[in-house]
Design a binder for this molecule. Structure first.
Ligand SMILES: Nc1ncnc2c1ncn2[C@@H]1O[C@H](COP(=O)(O)OP(=O)(O)O)[C@@H](O)[C@H]1O
Ligand SMILES: CC(C)(COP(=O)(O)O)[C@@H](O)C(=O)NCCC(=O)O
Length: 317
C-alpha cells in the first residue's frame, strides 16, 4: 500500500502542524475558561494548548461537514416531498490499540457539543461488538481479541443500518475492560443523536459483511466522515506499556478485574508482560489489519512521541 503523502499524495491536502494550527485563528468558537476546566476532567495528561491548537479547528471542520450534510438531507426531503426523520451524522475513528482513539473521541465529543447549534453527540466503541469470551474460547480466538474475526461484524452493520434508517432507539452491546468481556445484561441505548462517534480498531476494514440482509455492505458505507489516528509503532507500543503499568497500579487491583493476578507483578515483570501482549496480539493486528486501512480515512492525524499532532492530512474528496 502506498502511504498517503508519498505516491498517493494527490488524494490528500497535507498540512504540517503549524499550518493546521494557524487555522485556529479562523475558528470562530473561542473556548471560555469554564469550558477548558470541563475538558481538564477528560484526562490528567491532556495538554490544553493541544486541544485549542489541534482539536478545536478539527471540531470546526466537522461542524461544517455536519451542517452541510443536514442541509443536503433537508433539501432532499423537500425535493421528495417527505418529512423523514433526521438521521445521525456518523464519524468513525480508527487506529491502533493505545494510539489515543478514545481520548480523541472524547475531546471531539466535548468540543462538538459546544458549537452554537449544540448537537447531541453520542460515543460508541466497537469493543461491545466483540464476541463474548465464551464464543472466542470455543473458536480459539482468545488471543485474537481485536482481530477482525473476533467481532460480530453483522451485529455492527445491523446497528449502523438501524441508526441510518432513523430508528427512534437503537442499542449497542457494552464491553467491560475490567472483566475483559462483553457485559451480558447491559446495552447502551442511542436515541437519535445529531452525531454519533464510532471508535474502534477495525472500523475502516474493507470487505463486505456477509450474512446480513445487505450482502456486499461495508461498515464504511455508513460513515459520513472518518479519522485515522496515526503514530509510529514504537511510540504506540510505549504508550501501550505505560497504560498497562498504570492499570496494573489501579484497575487491576479491583477484585472484579480479569487481570487481578497481574497486580502483584514487579515493574520488570509487568513491562515484560505488556511487551509480550504487544508482540503477540496488538502489534501484529496493527501491521496486518489496521495500518493498511489508513489511506481510506478522510482525515489522518499523525502524532509525535509526546502525543502532539505533528501533521494533518485531509482527503480532497
Ligand atoms: N492527546 C493525548 N494527550 C496525552 N495523552 C494521551 C492523548 N491521547 C491518548 N493519550 C494517552 O495514551 C494512552 C492511550 O490512549 P487511549 O485514548 O486510551 O487509546 P485507544 O483508545 O486508542 O486505545 C492513554 O494512556 C491516554 O491517556
Ligand atoms: C478491546 C480491544 C480489542 C479494543 O477494541 P475496540 O473498541 O477498538 O474495538 C483491545 O483494547 C484489547 O483488549 N485487545 C486485546 C489485547 C490486550 O489486552 O491489549
Amino acid at each position: 500500500m502506498s502511504a498517503p503523502g508519498s505516491s498517493a499524495a494527490s488524494m490528500f491536502i497535507d498540512l504540517e502542524r503549524e499550518a493546521w494550527r494557524s487555522l485556529r485563528a479562523s475558528t470562530p468558537l473561542p473556548l471560555a475558561s469554564a469550558d477548558i476546566e470541563g475538558l481538564r476532567g477528560l484526562g490528567e495528561q491532556l495538554d490544553l494548548e493541544e486541544v485549542v491548537d489541534v482539536y478545536l479547528p478539527l471540531s470546526r471542520l466537522l461542524n461544517l461537514q455536519v451542517a452541510a450534510a443536514q442541509r443536503l438531507w433537508a433539501d432532499q426531503q423537500a425535493f421528495l416531498g417527505g418529512t423523514a426523520r433526521k438521521v445521525p451524522f456518523i464519524i468513525a475513528i480508527a487506529g491502533s490499540v493505545a494510539v489515543g482513539k478514545s481520548t480523541t473521541a472524547r475531546i471531539l465529543q466535548a468540543l462538538l457539543a459546544r458549537w452554537p447549534d449544540h448537537p447531541r453527540v453520542e460515543l460508541v466503541t466497537t469493543d461491545g461488538f466483540l464476541f463474548p469470551n465464551r464464543i472466542l474460547t470455543e473458536r480459539g480466538l482468545m488471543k485474537r481479541k481485536g482481530f477482525p474475526e473476533s467481532y460480530d461484524r453483522r451485529g455492527l452493520v445491523r446497528f449502523l443500518a438501524e441508526l441510518k434508517a432513523g430508528r427512534a432507539e437503537v442499542t449497542a452491546p457494552v464491553y467491560s475492560h475490567l472483566v475483559y468481556d462483553v457485559v451480558p445484561d447491559e446495552a447502551k441505548v442511542i436515541r437519535q443523536p445529531d452525531i454519533l462517534i464510532l471508535e474502534g480498531l477495525n472500523v475502516l476494514q474493507s470487505g463486505p459483511v456477509e450474512g446480513t440482509r445487505m450482502p456486499g455492505t461495508f461498515l464504511s458505507d455508513f460513515f459520513d466522515f472518518s479519522i485515522y489516528v496515526d503514530a509510529s509503532e514504537q511510540d504506540i507500543r510505549h504508550w501501550y506499556v505505560n497504560r498497562f503499568l498504570h492499570l496494573q497500579q489501579t484497575a487491576f487491583r479491583d477484585e472484579r478485574s480479569y487481570f487481578r493476578r497481574f497486580s502483584e507483578l514487579t515493574h520488570e515483570q509487568a513491562v515484560a508482560l505488556a511487551e509480550s501482549v504487544w508482540a503477540e496480539i496488538n502489534g501484529p493486528n496493527l501491521a496486518q489489519n489496521i495500518a493498511p486501512t489508513r489511506s481510506r480515512a478522510r482525515l489522518i492525524l499523525t502524532k509525535g512521541p509526546d502525543h502532539k499532532v505533528k501533521r494533518v492530512r485531509l482527503r480532497k474528496q
